[in-house]
Design a protein around this ligand. Structure first.
Ligand SMILES: *[C@@H]1O[C@H](CO)[C@@H](O)[C@H](O)[C@H]1NC(C)=O
Ligand SMILES: *[C@@H]1O[C@H](CO)[C@@H](O)[C@H](O)[C@H]1NC(C)=O
Length: 431
């Protein structure tokens, strides 16, 4: 066969692999850089049963960001982690990892090495066929599910893949737990709490996987939403969470949410401080403490020393999260403007954000918040309405867009800009 032909065969084999490079992870939008910050916060402590999956995803992200050497080393760490966690040198869980390595070497121009990994994948697939003929191997479904859960905002596909994996291989506790976490996430914005059926699923998963404090905290949160008294249990959980390694999956962040909303904000602050005292360099815990300070200031009247502390902590956290500090920056601008009366500082932050290249959803949120800022802090009605128009123009259904359209409707008849607004609304397309 000619070189060109063998190249084509290689490429079609690569396309047929099951791995991050073929899962269409960039179909709806480019890889959001904030995912890098987010993945780093999950941590890489031993004992996390998803460690292999975490490294695989980190490797893929690093490749996409242009750090190919890091990518290789993360993929190697993934294989190592699987070996330790599954206590075996090989198994079907390596199919995705080898697939990633085949792609990486192909991109690096090393076709022989790429071919070698393709052969390894073939060998694995022959040795460990899926228990169900027209389905992928459950290990592959589980990894794809975990990846989508971490990656995309819509969790329905992830939930479906977990379900398939569990049906074929029901003995993996962490798959069951993650399946339930996916379901919960899909309903997280419900104020009334989750359906009885889902609560039951949570309770059962909690019994099967008592070590998973993240799940325990989410369950507690649901009990609190239903009006149950949960203070003592929250404090008990806090003791356990503090003993766990720092990770965005340790449960501390949702637990602080439970404290803020159902126990007390001061206790939340103390809990975050205690965690930070044990691990003074963990940016994740600084972020958690900043969250508590924000609510302290927004919900309760504050002394200047608290405001100063909140401002300096927010500034530090923003510098520690180069790719994902957008919401914190907005919060900082609000604190400056509403609580420290430093309008110049607030304006400076907003201007910088307005110039930044943001995703449409973030842009819409920013315009909406800035529209209110211009109205309340600068008493500039016309300027504010122009930002409401910018919100509405972005073709994304959201609460921000609804609010802006309502505001514009209200001013349709009584603003000096009424003709312009009327024309704008008449031409507005539904997204
Ligand atoms: C996982 O869930 C399935 C389906 O609900 C169940 O049959 C199985 O016993 C669970 N496995 C574990 C280890 O909890
Ligand atoms: C907050 O406001 C006070 C009083 O106006 C001012 O002295 C201080 O510099 C402001 N804080 C920051 C961080 O800008």
């Amino acid at each position: 066969i000619s070189a060109a032909q063998s190249q084509t065969t290689l490429e079609s084999k690569l396309e047929a692999l099951q791995c991050h490079f073929t899962w269409d992870l960039e179909s709806s939008r480019p890889i959001p850089l904030r995912l890098k910050d987010h993945l780093e916060d999950i941590g890489t402590e031993e004992g996390n049963s998803w460690l292999g999956h975490i490294y695989n995803l980190r490797g893929f992200i690093q490749y996409k960001l242009g750090f190919t050497e890091d990518a290789q080393s993360f993929f190697n760490k993934a294989a190592e982690a699987f070996r330790r966690i599954r206590n075996a040198d090989e198994g079907p869980w390596l199919v995705v990892n080898y697939g990633n390595l085949a792609w990486l070497h192909h991109h690096l121009g090393d076709q022989a090495e790429s071919q070698a990994y393709l052969s390894k994948v073939d060998a694995l697939m022959n040795k460990y066929p899926s228990p169900s003929q027209d389905q992928l191997h459950p290990e592959i479904y589980a990894e794809k599910a975990w990846t989508l859960m971490t990656f995309s905002t819509d969790k329905t596909l992830a939930v479906d893949y977990f379900q398939r994996a569990i049906r074929m291989q029901p003995d993996m506790v962490e798959w069951n737990t993650s399946y339930v976490l996916g379901l919960v996430d899909a309903f997280k914005y419900s104020d009334t709490g989750l359906e009885a059926d889902l609560l039951k699923k949570m309770r059962m998963a909690k019994e099967q996987d008592p070590e998973n404090l993240y799940l325990a905290v989410l369950y507690l949160q649901q009990c609190a939403k239903k009006g149950e008294r949960i203070e003592d249990e929250a404090r008990e959980l806090a003791r356990k969470v503090l003993r766990n390694p720092v990770s965005s999956y340790s449960g501390i962040r949702p637990l602080l949410g439970v404290y803020v909303n159902h126990v007390s904000i001061d206790e939340a602050i103390n809990l975050a401080k205690e965690a930070l005292e044990k691990h003074p360099d963990e940016r994740y815990l600084k972020k958690c403490l900043a969250y508590c300070y924000k609510w302290k200031i927004f919900r309760e009247r504050q002394r200047q020393s608290m405001i100063d502390r909140a401002i300096s902590l927010h500034e530090e956290v923003i510098s520690l999260y180069p790719y994902s500090s957008f919401v914190k920056e907005i919060n900082l601008a609000k604190i400056y403007s509403k609580f420290n009366y430093s309008q110049d500082k607030a304006e400076q932050i907003y201007q910088e954000l307005l110039e930044r290249d943001l995703e449409p959803a973030d842009k819409q949120m920013l315009y909406s918040i800035y529209a209110k800022h211009v109205f309340f802090s600068q008493q500039d009605d016309e300027g504010s309405l122009r930002y409401h128009m910018k919100v509405a123009e972005i073709p994304l259904k959201s609460i921000y867009r609804e609010n802006s359209i309502t505001t514009l409707e209200k001013h349709k008849n009584r603003s000096p800009m009424c003709r312009e607004i009327e024309k704008f609304l008449a031409n507005l397309q539904e997204p």
